[in-house]
Design a protein. Structure first.
Length: 347
C-alpha cells in the first residue's frame, strides 16, 4: 500500500471516529487511538526512517499535515464536548433560587435543664457548689455506704437496673451515692448539690418515669441542725415559686438519714387553698430529706461527734411540673418539639 493510501485510510477512519464520539471519555479514547504516543499516526510518523530518501520528505509532509488537521479537529471537538458536559452538570445541579429557604432552627435548653440551671444559681447564692457524679454506680456507693446493706429491706424500695449479673454494678437509683463520693474526697465543711439522671425499673404513669432527674443536696459542718435544712429548703422554694412559700416536713424513712422527712411546699398556684395541680391538698411534694445518719458519716471517715449535716433529694421533673403546670411527666422525655418549644427561653 502506498503512503498516500495509508494516510487516506487513517484519515477516513479518524474522521468517522471523530464524528461518532459523543462524550468526553470517547473523544479521549479517540485521541489515544490516533494521536497518542502509540496512536496510528504517531507510529506512522515514527516509521518514516524505513522509507526511501525520495519518499521520506513527501510522506513526512503529508503525515504532519494530517496530524495538524486531526489535532485541530480533536481540540475543537473536545472543547465542544467539555462544554456540553459542564452544561449538563450545571443543569442537573441547578439551584432554584425562587424556592423558599429552609429556616434555621435555634435550639433551646430543655425545661429540665432550665430547672437545673435555676437550682444551681439559687444554691450557689447559699454557698453550694454544683458537682456531677457517675450514672453507672457500684452497689457500694448506691447502697452500702448509705447504710443500705444487701439484706436490708430498704434495698427493695428502688427497683434497680443491674448492669452485671451479681448486681454489683447498677444504674444509680438516686443521686445520693454522691454523698459518700464527695465526703470521701473532701474534708468538712461540705456544701454541694448534685443534679443528674437516675434510673429505676418502674412502670411509667403521669407522675413516674423509669429515667428521671434528681437534685441531691448535702451540707456538713459543725453544729448543723434541722433548722438549717428547713431554712435552706424554704429559701429555695421562695426563689423558685415566690416570696410567700412555706415548707412542710413530715416524718419519713430513709436509711441514710435520722431523722428522715419528706418535704412539700405549699402550692404556689392556689396559694395553698387546694387546686388541680396540688390535687386539692394545698401542698406539693418535692422530695426526701433529713439529717445525715451517723453511720454514713462514720463510713466516710467523718467523726459524727464533731460533724453533723443534712441531705435532701428532690425530683427535678416534679419540680418542673409544679412550675409549668405540665400534668404528665412522660412529656419531658417524649421528644416532641412542639411541647418543648413552649418552654424555650432566650439564652
Ligand atoms: C430518694 O431517692 C432519696 N435518695 C432522697 C433523699 C436524699 C432522702 C437525701 C434523704 C436524704 P425518693 O425515692 O423518695 O427518695 O425520691 C426522691 C424524689 O424523686 C421524689 O420525691 C420524687 O420527686 C422523685 N421521684 C421518685 N421516683 C420517681 C419517678 N419514678 N419518676 C419521677 N420522679 C420520681
Amino acid at each position: 500500500m502506498s503512503v498516500e493510501t495509508t494516510l487516506a485510510d487513517v484519515r477516513q477512519r479518524a474522521m468517522a471516529g471523530l464524528s461518532e464520539a459523543s462524550s468526553l471519555g470517547e473523544i479521549l479514547e479517540w485521541e489515544r487511538l490516533y494521536l497518542g504516543p502509540k496512536g496510528e499516526l504517531t507510529v506512522f510518523l515514527r516509521s518514516l526512517g524505513a522509507l526511501s530518501p525520495e519518499e521520506r520528505p513527501i510522506a513526512g509532509k503529508a503525515g504532519n499535515a494530517l496530524k495538524v488537521e486531526l489535532t485541530a479537529l480533536f481540540e475543537a471537538r473536545r472543547q465542544a464536548l467539555a462544554t456540553a458536559d459542564l452544561d449538563q452538570r450545571l443543569e442537573a445541579d441547578r439551584v432554584d433560587v425562587s424556592l423558599p429557604g429552609r429556616a434555621q432552627t435555634i435550639g433551646a435548653a430543655h425545661p429540665v435543664s432550665q430547672m437545673i440551671d435555676d437550682l444551681s444559681d439559687i444554691f450557689a447564692l447559699m454557698g453550694f457548689q454544683t458537682v456531677f457524679g457517675p450514672e453507672v454506680e457500684t452497689g457500694r456507693y448506691n447502697f452500702d455506704l448509705l447504710n443500705i446493706p444487701s439484706d436490708h429491706p430498704a434495698r427493695d424500695v428502688w427497683d434497680t437496673m443491674h448492669v452485671d449479673a451479681p448486681g454489683e454494678i447498677v444504674m444509680r437509683t438516686h443521686t445520693s451515692p454522691m454523698q459518700a463520693r464527695v465526703m470521701e474526697q473532701t474534708d468538712p465543711p461540705v456544701r454541694v448539690i448534685v443534679p443528674g439522671r437516675v434510673f429505676r425499673y418502674e412502670a411509667q404513669d403521669a407522675s413516674h418515669e423509669w429515667m428521671f432527674h434528681q437534685l441531691e443536696g448535702l451540707a456538713i459542718d459543725r453544729n448543723i441542725t434541722m433548722a438549717d435544712l428547713k431554712g435552706t429548703l424554704t429559701e429555695m422554694a421562695r426563689q423558685l415559686f415566690g416570696p410567700k412559700r412555706r415548707i412542710r416536713f413530715r416524718c419519713d424513712f430513709f436509711p441514710f438519714v435520722e431523722p428522715g422527712v419528706d418535704f412539700a411546699v405549699d402550692c404556689a398556684i392556689c396559694d395553698g387553698k387546694g387546686c388541680r395541680v396540688c390535687k386539692h391538698t394545698g401542698w406539693l411534694e418535692m422530695g426526701g430529706a433529713g439529717m445525715v445518719h451517723p453511720r454514713v458519716l462514720t463510713g466516710v471517715g467523718y467523726d459524727p461527734a464533731v460533724y453533723s449535716g443534712f441531705a435532701f433529694g428532690l425530683g427535678i421533673e416534679r419540680l418542673t411540673m409544679m412550675r409549668t403546670g405540665v400534668d404528665d411527666i412522660r412529656a419531658f422525655a417524649a421528644g416532641d418539639v412542639r411541647f418543648l418549644r413552649q418552654f424555650a427561653r432566650a439564652a
